[in-house]
Unconditional design. Structure first.
Length: 127
């Protein structure tokens, strides 16, 4: 490892340790703690303050700006054929993927199904 890489890693470990400490404090205690850190180590304090500011900005932003199902509906899967079925619209989304409403489209019979497409494979359950 180069001396420069070693210095960067050491600096990040120091910043990370102080950031963890700052995140454990309430807002008022954190302000006082940062003032003290600025007196002891201005560069580390500036880095920690920048990371806290970025964190605060992210906390204020909504994770999703719209309904996730609307986003999925525009994702390009609607209208895709999977075997004898055509995907129509997403029904729900969970930890394992998205379940879609699908309609039998091969002409053999009419019916709807719920399907969870995964890459080139799909699981379809008829109703």
């Amino acid at each position: 490892m180069s001396p420069e890489t070693d210095r960067r890693q050491q600096r990040w470990r120091e910043i990370s340790r102080h950031l963890d400490e700052a995140l454990d404090l309430d807002a008022e205690a954190r302000r006082e703690w940062l003032l003290d850190l600025e007196r002891r180590s201005p560069r580390v304090a500036a880095a920690v303050r920048a990371l806290l500011t970025e964190r605060d900005a992210l906390v204020d932003q909504p994770l999703l700006s719209e309904d996730p199902l609307a986003t999925l509906a525009r994702a390009g899967l609607a209208g895709q054929r999977l075997g004898a079925y055509t995907l129509e619209s997403p029904l729900g989304h969970g930890g394992m993927g998205t379940v879609w409403l699908a309609r039998r489209s091969d002409g053999r019979f009419e019916g709807q199904a719920a399907g969870e497409p995964h890459g080139a494979h799909a699981a379809v359950t008829q109703r």
